[in-house]
Design a binder for this molecule. Structure first.
Ligand SMILES: Cc1ncc(COP(=O)(O)O)c(C=O)c1O
Length: 488
């Protein structure tokens, strides 16, 4: 027997048994008993669905052998905690999953060990800003430049076909593999369909290189390739690139020093610089790969984003011996949400890539493969690419012109012949991270050049993308950057 709180009720012993509590009878509200009832109801609410109704007070009162006032007080306590909501005349409803005591996850970090993928790099890659921001850092096309009308109608048609809902072959739809094989001038059996270029990168790196081995990448380069390397457990070694692509002398040194067997390159309109690997360097790079028994992962992401002239043929087409493994994606030229890409690879490496694929995933959803196939084989595709070329030309030229007119201290050393990015050099000592942060505050998203280097950036750069912003937005965005730079 004990007396507690302000209540004058006499409490007897209580027994908790499988969630049922037997309390001695009382006729008055007792804070302590109400808290006990509340604690049990809280546990019970945690196992109920959101919106589910609690038993009525009368029933709880008889279950707990407590007064209706005590049960009501218990419910009031739970309401104050946000566990339930009492609606007069209707009853008491569970509001949200009650988490109970704060969980302790500290053991997890010890068990997990080091994180492979650098979370700061992933968060930058996925930083999309808000709908009101002017997008000068987005690596995809603005909706008005995507073939959305075609995708909608082809999508609706594909969804009506029973094929869209059946399992597709693990390597991809045969006709889609054939379409991609034509771009690589290879046999359709060399092609594997995968869900997007990023997945293709991680998958290819993981399959071609042993964890702990070295990946050589040109620098600056696509930050997603850096995190793909991390996800595959590879050490990254950066080799400088210039307007003609990766420097073969430095690549030779790195291959000698690291014994790496995989090299990541973007020979066609590299992100971020727009560089195209020159004809002589293509030969040299292939010779080096042959000498060192290395693979080249060719990220051919921008093939359909040519502006001036034609994109050079994929490096894959110059390599008969299976050193080059190429990746093509439709995310850039069609729509980012399509998530259809292809890996082309010959010899045992191709065999491995194709046979191991099912360990990751049974197949790429046939619906999106059907849509991609219909798009690539329809008249809409060449029409779309033609229109895209002229819009990208206009946006690129407007951006270049605005930079010259409004940012006298900024230089674009190389005008890209394709793709959607300008690589702009700022005065020495400019804090590009601070500028990108200030620009975001001013409603303009730009790419801090530091993100495109695995090691320290050798100079101050920003990446300005013209694929996702309209012409007036490009002008306004550059105007706002100019204002910020004047203040610096
Ligand atoms: C150079 C490069 N490779 C690959 C990708 C990944 O493309 P996807 O959206 O197909 O995964 C990107 C996307 O930004 C990219 O810039």
């Amino acid at each position: 027997m004990y007396f507690r709180g302000e209540s004058t009720a006499v409490e007897g012993s209580n027994v908790i048994d499988s969630g049922r509590v037997t309390l001695s009878n009382s006729f008055m509200v007792n804070d302590n008993r109400a808290s006990e009832v509340a604690a049990i109801l809280r546990t019970r609410a945690a196992s109920m669905r959101v919106g589910e109704k609690m038993p009525p007070v009368r029933q709880l009162s008889s279950e707990f052998q407590a007064s209706a006032a005590t049960v009501s007080q218990a419910i009031a306590q739970l309401q104050a905690l946000g566990v339930v909501k009492a609606e007069p005349g209707r009853g008491t409803f569970v509001l949200g999953r009650d988490r109970g005591p704060e969980p302790d996850y500290s053991w997890q970090s010890q068990s997990l060990g080091h994180a492979r993928v650098d979370a700061r790099r992933t968060s930058r890659l996925g930083a999309y800003g808000t709908a009101d921001d002017i997008q000068l850092s987005w690596g995809y096309l603005a909706p008005e430049l995507q073939p959305l009308e075609d995708l909608r109608s082809l999508g609706a048609r594909a969804a009506r076909s029973p094929r869209a809902w059946m399992m597709a072959p693990p390597f991809g739809l045969p006709d889609l593999r054939r379409v991609f094989s034509e771009e690589f001038h290879t046999d359709p059996s060399d092609v594997l369909i995968v869900p997007g270029g990023q997945q293709a990168l991680v998958y290819a790196l993981r399959t071609l290189a042993e964890p702990g081995s070295t990946l050589i990448a040109e620098s600056p380069s696509y930050p997603g390739a850096m995190i793909a390397a991390q996800a595959a457990g590879l050490e990254l070694v950066a080799v400088p690139a210039d307007a003609d692509g990766i420097r073969p002398d430095k690549l030779a040194d790195a291959l000698e020093r690291t014994r790496a067997t995989v090299i990541y390159l973007q020979p066609c309109y590299a992100n971020p610089t727009g560089a195209v690997l020159s004809a002589s360097r293509r030969e040299e790079v292939l010779r080096l790969a042959a000498r060192h028994g290395a693979f080249i992962v060719e990220d051919d992401w921008a093939r359909h984003l040519s502006i001036d002239g034609r994109a050079p043929a994929p490096l894959f087409t110059q390599d008969p011996d299976g050193h080059v493994v190429s990746i093509a994606t439709l995310s850039k030229s069609a729509a980012p949400g399509l998530r259809v890409a292809a890996i082309a690879a010959r010899g045992p490496a191709g065999e491995r890539l194709r046979t191991a694929r099912i360990a990751d995933d049974m197949c790429v959803p046939p619906l999106v493969q059907e849509v991609a196939l219909s798009l690539l084989t329809s008249n809409a595709w060449p029409r779309h690419l033609k229109r895209l070329r002229s819009h990208l030309a206009e946006r690129r030229d407007v951006m270049l012109g605005e930079i010259v007119a409004k940012l006298p201290d900024v230089r674009v050393p190389h005008t890209p012949q394709g793709s959607i990015h300008l690589w702009a050099k700022l005065p020495e000592g400019t804090d590009t991270a601070a500028l990108a942060a200030a620009a975001q505050d001013a409603g303009v998203l730009i790419g801090d050049g530091g993100h495109f280097y695995f090691d320290e950036p050798p100079a101050a750069y920003i990446r300005l993308s013209y694929g996702a912003a309209s012409v007036p937005q490009i002008s306004e965005g550059i105007r706002r950057i100019a204002r910020l730079m004047e203040r610096q």
